[in-house]
Design a protein around this ligand. Structure first.
Ligand SMILES: [Ca+2]
Ligand SMILES: [Ca+2]
Ligand SMILES: [Ca+2]
Length: 390
């Protein structure tokens, strides 16, 4: 009797939490492969574990969503209790790995695609790695990937919807996260689903770029501002269950390395870029080529500018990115933002072609293409994308 009452109370809620599952994503929790992840998949999984149902190989693949590493499924080729528990959380806890029905963007000048074509100061939202929509450029943005996977289920960004979706502001620092998040909450009602289903967050670049190493945003404040933005997303039903894709800060050391020998960049462009702790006195004074290629270690013969650049590199690695990762892990594991996941891109090395030749600082179109590919392939969506295994 008690169980029947419980089911009556719980089942309507369960069916409200059904997620549309992508048809091409194999590791999606949809054990019976009917296009949705719901209580039936939990039941089938339970029966399989008890030996009263045998799953086909394809069904096992769909059910293989565990273990989770930093919230991202790392399928291990077997279906066991860990997988069953993840599927249960998908049905009851709002855990979601499906393709989103829309995508919002929070960020700085990179999120605006600034100078992507080399024109200093010019925004190129159509080029951006996340919400970009130029179908004829080399950037296969997240927006274009979702649209390509299931156009009917995805309310894509385009020139006329960009104001709704792209909230990035050139010059934004982490202190601006909360305001941009409020903008996402406010505009999400305009999406057909009335909610933000994915939010890309790429901030922090302007916190680490500063007039000097001492002028970088205080790490304690950086964390406070970060939490304030996450709190905004967590406190609204329009954003709480969205897949929050937080990008780590890249190793900007490599953009100096890539462009340091270009006269235009060194003499005319960089003096106007507010990232003096990286770009001041741009001539190479590292001990050797070996030292310059090894920013993680300071060599005895490294000059003061080389040492300053490497120190900045280490601070991003050891202070700012761990804050972005660890705080987000906390919001996810506590359930405040059940689908918030951190993507580390610190190991990506930018070559000259990835940095535009105008301001010699922002990603070029090719740089956005690289970001889109690397970020994508490190998500759970990338897990199911054969193109990422190359
Ligand atoms: Ca199903
Ligand atoms: Ca598994
Ligand atoms: Ca494109």
């Amino acid at each position: 009797m008690q169980i029947r009452v419980l089911l009556k109370l719980v089942l309507p809620g369960i069916f409200c939490l059904v997620h549309a599952a992508p048809l091409d994503a194999d590791h999606d929790g949809d054990v019976n492969i009917d296009g949705v992840v719901d209580v039936i998949d939990v039941l089938w999984g339970q029966q399989a574990l008890h030996g009263t149902r045998s799953l086909s190989p394809a069904q096992e693949v769909h059910g293989d969503v565990a273990p989770l590493v930093s919230g991202i499924p790392q399928p291990d080729g077997t279906f066991n209790l860990g997988d069953e528990l993840v599927i249960l959380r998908m049905v009851l806890g709002g855990l979601n790995f499906s393709n989103p029905g829309n995508q919002f963007n929070v960020g700085d000048s990179i999120g605006e695609g600034e100078a992507a074509d080399g024109t200093i100061g010019e925004a190129h939202h159509e080029t951006v790695w996340s919400t970009g929509y130029n179908g004829s450029d080399s950037v296969n943005s997240f927006n274009e990937r979702f649209e390509g996977i299931a156009a009917a289920n995805y309310y894509e960004n385009n020139a006329s919807r960009d104001q709704l979706f792209n909230h990035a502001v050139s010059g934004a620092e982490m202190v601006d996260f909360a305001a941009q998040a409020q903008g996402v909450v406010a505009t999400s009602v305009q999406a057909p689903s009335g909610a933000a289903e994915m939010v890309a967050v790429f901030l922090g670049n302007n916190d680490v770029c500063a007039a000097s190493l001492n002028a970088m945003t205080d790490p304690g404040l950086f964390e406070t501002y970060y939490r304030a933005g996450l709190d905004v997303l967590a406190s609204s039903s329009a954003t709480r269950n969205a897949q929050i894709h937080v990008s780590g800060i890249p190793a900007i050391y490599w953009l100096w390395n890539a462009k340091k020998d270009t006269f235009w960049c060194r003499v005319f462009a960089w003096p106007f870029v507010p990232c003096e702790n990286l770009l001041d006195n741009a001539a190479d004074d590292c001990d050797s080529d070996i030292s310059r290629e090894d920013p993680d270690n300071i060599y005895p013969g490294d000059g003061t500018n080389c040492q300053r650049r490497k120190t900045l590199h280490g601070i991003i690695r050891d202070t700012y990115n761990p804050i972005l990762r660890d705080v987000l892990d906390e919001y996810r594991t506590s359930g405040q933002l059940p689908n918030a996941r951190y993507t580390d891109i610190y190991d990506i090395r930018f070559d000259s072609q990835h940095v535009n030749g105008g301001d010699c600082f922002h990603p070029s179109t090719i740089g956005h293409a690289l970001l889109a590919e690397k970020e994508w392939c490190r998500t759970h969506w990338g897990n199911s994308d054969p193109a990422c295994s190359n």
